[in-house]
Design a binder for this molecule. Structure first.
Ligand SMILES: NC(=O)c1ccc[n+]([C@@H]2O[C@H](COP(=O)([O-])OP(=O)(O)OC[C@H]3O[C@@H](n4cnc5c(N)ncnc54)[C@H](O)[C@@H]3O)[C@@H](O)[C@H]2O)c1
Length: 362
């Protein structure tokens, strides 16, 4: 098992990564300063697979459990679902001493975290992420949220967990498309911060896709460590954390234009990274060799490196950061594999040319 310590302004927490950890969850909860009553939040895909082992572990460690299984899907990451959870907690007379355990992917983690942040003005929160994306990305960094009809993740907060337990064994039941989506974020971490890690991914990709538990533990530990190091320096997203948005400017636009129905998050980010790498090469920031390496790895991982949305539509909805000069959208561009920087001054023509190069006629 790998243990990652996250140090934050007020305290911190541990991320435990390894195979077959779920059955020890109760034991790990005993090491935390929490009460004896736990609200477990999951969905009707993950619950039937892992609910029993989690419940058995928590109960045999002496905790009383309220178990809530929501329908699966991003469309349930809402205030209505949060209200359902508040009602379940209040009906069971859970007080401020209770803790919330999120068992699932990023949707459940974001929603349960939002409930933990707001129930009784905040109760302890434990993340048990079960997708690759949630193990390397969404369970780290303390962002919790629900969606609003007018925008994704629009109602939320920063709320740190007391513990993250990432059992790589849970990835064996994950649909392969979700594994590939998570790899999009993993590859992103290599490009923005760690060339050795990128090399490692190139060498071991096939075995990673075969879900070799030791390799997965290594990959998740390194990817999570990269995010942790960035988040520790910038807990509330004022500066360096923007690097994590590599691929996200175009990625978010693709997700929005397709109403979140076409791309998994990591897929949209992959296409966004391909466009950003083209921009970086055209600006003379990144070599063609490094751009081709990135594209080749994304392609081998089964991720999109082009897109079919109309270029003009994408440009129209690109977010314009308030701090960006002259209202240009903000881009993270790599200078080589392992290094990237934030740019607020990219000319519209550069964006358009890169989009056109990566656009796929369909
Ligand atoms: N808080 C953050 O910093 C942050 C960062 C990135 C993404 N997110 C959020 O994360 C969400 C996406 O997360 P995701 O990609 O994990 O999607 P998800 O939670 O929807 O999970 C993907 C699918 O896999 C299923 N699943 C989960 N674990 C499984 C398992 N072990 N076996 C079988 N099936 C399993 C889920 O039920 C779902 O159908 C989005 O809502 C996004 O906004 C948050």
């Amino acid at each position: 098992m790998k243990i990652l310590q996250v140090k934050l302004g007020q305290g911190g927490y541990r991320i435990l990564i390894g195979d077959n950890l779920l059955s020890d969850l109760g034991k790990y909860l005993q090491s935390l300063q929490i009460g004896r009553r736990i609200l477990v939040v999951t969905n009707d895909t993950v619950g039937p697979i892992y609910g029993n082992v989690v419940l058995k572990s928590i109960k045999s460690a002496g905790y009383e459990v309220v178990y809530e299984e929501l329908p699966d899907g991003e469309i349930y990451k809402t205030l209505d679902s949060a209200k359902e959870l508040y009602t379940a907690a209040l009906s069971a007379h859970l007080g401020r001493e209770c803790a919330v355990v999120a068992l699932g992917g990023g949707v459940i983690g974001d929603l349960a975290g939002f409930v933990a942040a707001t129930y009784m003005r905040g109760v302890p929160f434990i993340q048990v992420p079960t997708t690759l994306l949630s193990q390397v990305d969404s369970s780290i960094g303390g962002k919790v949220a629900v969606n609003h009809p007018l925008g994704k993740n629009m109602i939320g907060s920063f709320y740190q967990p007391l513990l993250v337990l990432a059992d790589v064994g849970t990835l064996r039941s994950l649909p392969v498309r979700e594994v590939r989506s998570g790899l999009g974020e993993v590859i992103k971490h290599g490009v923005i911060a760690n060339a050795d890690f990128f090399d490692f991914l190139e060498i071991h990709l096939d075995k990673i896709l075969d879900l070799d538990p030791d390799l997965l533990t290594e990959v998740i530990d390194t990817a999570a460590r990269i995010k942790v190091e960035i988040v520790e320096k910038d807990e509330k997203e004022h500066g360096q954390r923007a690097l994590l948005n590599f691929g996200h400017t175009i990625g978010h636009a693709l997700e929005t234009l397709t109403d979140y129905q076409v791309y998994r998050h990591g897929e949209a980010v992959a296409a966004g990274m391909a466009v950003a790498a083209t921009m970086a090469e055209n600006l003379g920031l990144m070599s063609d060799t490094d751009r081709v390496r990135l594209i080749a790895l994304l392609d081998r991982a089964g991720l999109p490196i082009s897109f079919a949305c109309a270029v003009d539509e994408i440009i129209k909805i690109l977010p314009r950061d308030k701090k960006a000069a002259a209202g240009h959208p903000r881009f993270v561009l790599p200078s080589e594999v392992g290094h990237a920087a934030v740019y607020d001054d990219i000319e519209a023509g550069v964006v358009k040319a890169a989009l056109e190069k990566n656009h796929r006629q369909s």
